[in-house]
Design a protein around this ligand. Structure first.
Ligand code: RIB
Length: 338
């Protein structure tokens, strides 16, 4: 079946191609009656713009690429959802590349997004070795790096103050009288986990609490690693009375392990998470956590990219650091005997 063109619409509506284009793109006020006639014909002929032809003409595809490590992690799912919302509000479609925390797959998506001629990219690194984003710059595709810092001076950056957030999460447990405080970390090759862990150690040091390496278990930001990490900590002769877990997915796993071991959270064991994903308030007990400003992160990253794409902002790269906020719920309490 022959594709309906803008020329067909113009002929059928009895107007110029320019008029039809202005109606479609809302780029000029058109006489209401004429506009109504054009809209009627667009609908009647079931017209769909030829995006390939349009992007050839304009050099723009009105698409944004989003590369992130794990869409099954509710933090990234919520960030992706917000970025898609903000992109759509500005007339951009979003193409998602889920790297599965795999630098090789991530590299593949970098080249796929270039091939698809996205106008710009929001990039959350899989972690690990330095990420070569230069293919984007070589193709004049602006990038905003979010959440995980990359040692590059070539991109706008939106990050969280992870070290201070790790300090405040640990101080919350210290203020409740806990002195044997364990930590379940995320992958040790991504900046958010490393920085939160530094904040945990700084809080212990500031309050004169010795750092004990056997109270630290490494996770991978996924649910199961939180459960396994907690099981190991519970076998430790040095039983912790509290645990700082470096993201909510693992913290929910840690609560599960505590319950399976017959422990009460928080009476026997206080647990603090990180992210404040939507489900954190719905688990039992509701999770005390460090809330990331997910909406802010998504909005700032999207707006910074679009300002760059629309040449509203041409100056040197911006680096935005956002604070987290402690949300106290039911998974922490005063240490028994305090
Ligand atoms: O839950 C996933 C974690 O990885 C979040 O804490 C986020 O900061 C990302 O780095």
């Amino acid at each position: 079946m022959k594709r309906v063109t803008i020329k067909d619409v113009a002929q059928e509506a009895g107007v110029s191609i320019t008029t039809v284009s202005h109606v479609i793109n809302q780029t000029r006020n058109i006489d209401p009656k004429t506009k109504e006639r054009v809209l009627e014909v667009l609908n009647q002929l079931d017209y769909h713009p030829n995006m390939a032809a349009r992007s050839l003409r304009s050099g723009k595809t009105k698409t944004i690429g989003l590369i992130l490590p794990d869409i099954s992690n509710l933090f990234f799912a919520e960030v992706a959802r917000k970025i898609e919302d903000y992109g759509y509000q500005h007339g951009y479609s979003v193409i998602l590349g889920n790297s599965d925390n795999d630098p090789v797959k991530q590299e593949s998506y970098i080249h796929t997004l270039i091939a698809k001629q996205v106008d710009g990219v929001i990039f959350i690194a899989a972690g690990g070795e330095e990420h070569d984003l230069r293919p984007f710059f070589d193709n004049k595709i602006p990038v905003v790096v979010a959440d995980r810092d990359v040692p590059l001076e070539l991109a706008d950056v939106v990050l969280l103050d992870n070290e201070q957030a790790g300090f405040e999460a640990t101080r919350h447990l210290i203020d409740l009288g806990h002195r044997t405080i364990a930590c379940i970390t995320g992958p040790n090759n991504v900046t958010p986990s490393m920085q939160r862990f530094e904040g945990y150690k700084r809080a212990l040091q500031d309050y004169g609490i010795p750092f004990q390496p056997d109270l630290v278990e490494a996770g991978n930001f996924q649910f199961m690693s939180g459960e396994v990490g907690m099981q190991k900590l519970l076998k430790n002769p040095h039983k912790p009375s509290a645990v700082f877990v470096l993201n909510d997915m693992m913290a929910i796993g840690a609560i599960t392990a505590a319950h399976k071991a017959g422990l009460s959270v928080p009476a026997d064991l206080s647990i603090v998470g990180f992210d404040n994903i939507e489900i954190a308030s719905a688990v039992n007990p509701a999770l005390t956590t460090m809330a990331q400003p997910i909406d802010d992160i998504a909005q700032k990253a999207t707006n910074m990219l679009i300002e760059r794409l629309q040449s509203i902002r041409t100056e040197e790269n911006m680096r935005v650091i956002l604070p987290a906020q402690l949300i106290v719920r039911d998974s922490t309490c005063i240490r028994r005997g305090s």
